[in-house]
Design a binder for this molecule. Structure first.
Ligand code: NAD
Length: 504
């Protein structure tokens, strides 16, 4: 495998080292993901000088577009999805000149020669790195890899990128992994969880392991509990037909929330290299308390939004949005424990949902109360310390602590916070997760991608929840749009004498 085994972050995304020439093929090149996320990310990397001459982007789709038509489509997408102050006409022209389109129904065996011919006519010849980004339905992952192999495009210099969802349960994930694994070695397979490419998520590793002050406190002796919230204010929108078969547990918990939990809970890897980080994350997944039917009933809550008021406007119910009655959950709250020496007895509370009051992804580590009340006669309260790690929006960190309010006459305790706002501290634009991840693919650095055993361990852990929820009598509890989920989600913490940290 080419590329460095160690993945140091770019010193600055604006002075990034160019990657090697590459044929970057996007299956689903005319789709929403490609036009809204992947091509804008490639544009921004090009703008910052990271794409060398000879870097080609080949969109593959069923659309009857030629190169000129595809360039027009992408030019429109860039105008729509790249902030105006980042758009430079000369760079747009440069990016468009890299673009090609191949019309191909991947299930049509006889048409694959079109892609083969297009890729073989590149100036860089056989030595070029080939990336195959599969932004299509997961049912096509196996067949695409098989065809790539048959037409001789799966070489030592090829990498394949898999978008979520990787399966819809353990068995289907294993099937996808087996099919892709028959053609590509694991070190050439990049399973994207774009949360891992977010600056604040990578900074969580740096904060924990490049500093000394937190690590001695990062355990059951000093941490009371951990909360992870990923909330959206939007409803299901256009994704209704996909989402109704998926639900929040599959769409968010199995991947994004469990990945965040892993980064909070994992042991220090010996080195930030691709395998040790993934080894440590896997150990966390394997240490999660297994769910039994009784624990599913006690420790999980499924919800579905009813009509309500969201961000000041009337919002329809989920059933109205998808057009029929449904038992799909749009909200999940659950509690679990990482059963190892470091974390035994510390609850991890996770929740995610649509049509909640705001769009927010945040990890909150709540520390224990001071062991001894030294200021019994003071005014104010001595609150427990909390570290808020804000993943989106407004990436940053906030440490809540107690301070003495200035002034004579006794001691008044007041909560204050130490703030690290990324925008204020570092200035400039925070790169989108895809920018980092796409360049890591070209460089062959898998550190921030999910390994096969991680994905399967996460599916194995959620399997008993899926099974119990699929059983007779289970229905998600309704919550009004614009609220923090069903009352039962609050009760989940209240019974432990705790409460969710809402935004202040
Ligand atoms: P989309 O429906 O907008 O686009 C699908 C693309 O795939 C189109 O370009 C279409 O021509 C192509 N395609 C479909 N069947 C094909 C075939 N047989 N042969 C060749 N091309 C074919 O879908 P999307 O929103 O871009 O999502 C693509 C995949 O990525 C889905 O599996 C989705 O779940 C996943 N995903 C999407 C997003 C997102 O933000 N859109 C985010 C994460 C994951």
């Amino acid at each position: 495998m080419n590329g460095p085994s160690v993945g140091p972050p770019d010193p600055s995304p604006h002075h990034a080292t160019p990657v090697e020439p590459c044929d970057f093929t996007v299956f689903g090149g005319t789709g929403d993901l490609a036009l809204r996320k992947l091509l804008p990310a490639l544009y921004l990397r090009d703008r910052d000088g990271q794409l060398p001459d000879g870097f080609r982007i080949i969109g593959v789709s069923r659309s009857e577009a030629d190169d000129a038509g595809y360039r027009e489509m992408v030019a429109q997408a860039l105008a729509e999805h790249v902030p105006a102050d980042e758009l430079a006409a000369a760079v747009v022209e440069r990016l468009l000149a890299r673009l090609h389109h191949v019309t191909l129904d991947v299930e049509d065996v006889g048409a694959w020669h079109r892609l083969h011919d297009r890729l073989k006519d590149g100036a860089a010849g056989e030595d070029v790195i080939r990336v195959f980004y599969l932004a299509v339905a997961p049912a096509l992952f196996g067949p695409i890899c098989e065809h790539l192999d048959q037409v001789g495009l799966a070489s030592e210099r090829s990498r394949v990128v898999l978008e979520k969802p990787i399966g819809s349960d353990l068995a289907s994930a294993e099937e996808v992994n087996r099919a892709v694994g028959r053609v590509f070695e694991e070190s050439h397979i990049f399973r994207i969880d774009h949360y891992l490419g977010k600056e604040s998520v990578q900074n969580l590793l740096v904060t924990r392991f490049a500093n000394t002050f937190l690590e001695p406190l990062w355990n059951s002796r000093w941490v009371d509990h951990v909360q992870i919230t990923v909330s959206e204010s939007l409803g299901v929108g256009e994704r209704g037909s996909y989402y109704d078969r998926s639900g929040a547990l599959r769409d968010m918990v199995q991947n994004h929330l469990l990945q965040l939990l892993c980064l909070v809970a994992m042991e220090p890897p010996t080195y930030i290299d691709r395998e040790t980080v993934r080894d440590e994350k896997l150990k966390v997944l394997q240490a999660l308390r297994p769910m039994t039917p009784e624990l599913v009933d006690r420790d999980t809550v499924a919800g579905q939004y009813a009509a309500g008021l969201c961000e000041g406007a009337a919002a329809p119910s989920y059933a109205d949005e998808v057009g029929h009655a449904s038992d799909t959950e749009t909200f999940v709250a659950l509690t679990t424990e990482v059963q190892n020496w470091r974390w035994a007895g510390v609850p991890f509370y996770l929740r995610t949902g649509k049509r909640m009051p705001e769009r927010l992804s945040e990890i909150v580590v709540v520390f224990k109360e001071p062991p001894h009340a030294m200021f019994p006669h003071s005014e104010g309260t001595n609150e427990a310390n909390r570290l808020h790690i804000r993943v989106q929006p407004d990436e940053g960190m906030r440490l809540h602590m107690t301070a003495k309010e200035p002034g004579p006459g006794g001691i008044r305790l007041r909560p204050v916070s130490l703030d690290l706002s990324y925008a204020a501290a570092f200035g400039g634009r925070s790169p989108d997760a895809y920018e980092r991840l796409l360049m890591d693919v070209v460089r062959g650095n898998t550190t921030l991608f999910m390994r096969r055993d991680e994905v399967e361990a996460a599916w194995a852990w959620v399997a008993p929840i899926l099974e119990r929820w699929a059983g007779p009598g289970h229905r998600p509890r309704r919550y009004p749009a614009g609220t923090y989920g069903p009352v039962a989600a609050a009760t989940l913490l209240e019974r432990d004498g705790r409460s969710w940290q809402e935004t202040e």
